[in-house]
Design a protein around this ligand. Structure first.
Ligand SMILES: [Zn+2]
Length: 355
């Protein structure tokens, strides 16, 4: 795909601007424009990072205080010139500070440019989650879209319905004197769950890794309910008092000594992958809530339509299925290589993923 952005063995690169987008194996010579803080997109080692302003505290929490970083305001108003291109960031609705990156050559198209204005989505979802800045699809000629859930079997229910179920389940567990443990990815999903729980039911506690991200969110300006550290004494006391709480935990904490201290628990996972019965069963959860921070099949198609793009690069996930579907409908679509392939792409079942 010749044009403003090219594929390299270290990810997408803009030669006219001299920067990579979400590079793999960064080194100090690199300037990296970052879509969001998940570890399969934001890797340490680049000389300079550019991201959305609200992503800065999150990226710092992930990459350390030493990384050189600058935050950009949203939209055309915040556009920055980098080399011969203009770069602007537009909310992707995936996590707080997650951005789609629009790249346009200053002074119009140069000879050899193919594809006009580019928009690289990173991970995104169109449904507003109450915490992340709502997604905004801007017009472009060439779109590079993710496709983590790019199969027609993936269709999400509205999040209000999912949270009704989750809150009802918590209440039912409480009625049986059991503490509810919800596994959610530490960046994005956990804050989304926290923001949408019915806090009149009981106290919410959080794992340390989630609390660190909550702090980064607060620093970026998000208003989240307080979720104190989940310690054995507090969790057990709530259950004993008939107000059994909900513990937000990372998947890696499942089965740990930390969790064993909580007494009788009911366990659930919140992930798009919970839509697949086999995954749910393998995870051995009491419940699976289908809640994804990625666009579902209809969301992917409506993003492509809203962008107006006639050329679509498909990456991260079911690239073959989505690109074929788009080609059959007259668009020029192709698969963009990613380091994180595998079934369904980088998913929440993987430590690095974010589904
Ligand atoms: Zn992500």
């Amino acid at each position: 795909m010749p044009g403003l952005i090219i594929e390299t063995d270290r990810g997408l690169y803009c030669p006219a601007g001299g920067f990579h987008i979400d590079p793999w194996r960064p080194d100090p010579s690199m300037r990296a424009v970052i879509t969001h803080g998940h570890s399969d997109h934001a890797r340490p080692g680049a000389g300079e990072y550019v991201c959305a302003r609200t992503c800065v505290p999150i990226l710092r929490a992930r990459l350390g205080a030493g990384a050189a970083m600058s935050g950009v305001e949203w939209g055309a108003g915040g556009a920055v010139r980098v080399g011969d291109v203009r770069v602007s960031l537009h909310p992707a609705g995936h996590t707080l500070g997650s951005a789609m990156i629009r790249v346009e050559r200053v002074g119009g198209r140069a000879e050899g440019d193919e594809g006009g204005v580019w928009l690289v989505t990173g991970d995104y979802k169109l449904e507003s989650d109450g915490v992340s800045e709502p997604a905004e699809i801007v017009r472009c000629d060439t779109l590079v879209t993710e496709s983590t859930f790019g199969l027609p079997i993936y269709r999400w229910r509205p999040q209000a319905t999912v949270f009704e179920d989750l809150n009802a389940w918590w209440r039912a567990n409480q009625g049986e004197g059991r503490t509810t443990v919800v596994f959610a990815y530490a960046l994005g999903k956990a804050q989304r769950v926290l923001a949408n729980l019915d806090l009149s039911i009981g106290p919410v506690f959080a794992h340390g890794a989630i609390r660190r991200m909550n702090e980064a969110y607060a620093e970026a300006g998000a208003r989240l309910p307080d979720a104190p550290a989940a310690d054995k004494a507090g969790v057990r006391a709530a259950a004993k008092a008939g107000r059994a709480g909900l513990v937000l935990a990372t998947g890696s904490a499942d089965g740990s000594a930390w969790m064993k201290g909580f007494g009788d628990v009911a366990r659930a996972q919140c992930s798009g992958w919970m839509a697949v019965r086999g995954t749910r069963r393998r995870a051995g959860m009491d419940r699976g809530f289908v809640l994804s921070d990625h666009a579902d099949w209809d969301g992917l198609l409506s993003a492509v339509a809203a962008s107006g793009a006639t050329r679509v690069g498909v990456t991260h996930g079911y690239t073959g299925a989505l690109s074929r579907w788009l080609c059959e409908r007259g668009l020029r679509a192709w698969e963009v290589a990613t380091r994180f392939t595998g079934e369904g792409g980088a998913g929440e079942s993987e430590p690095a993923g974010s589904a």
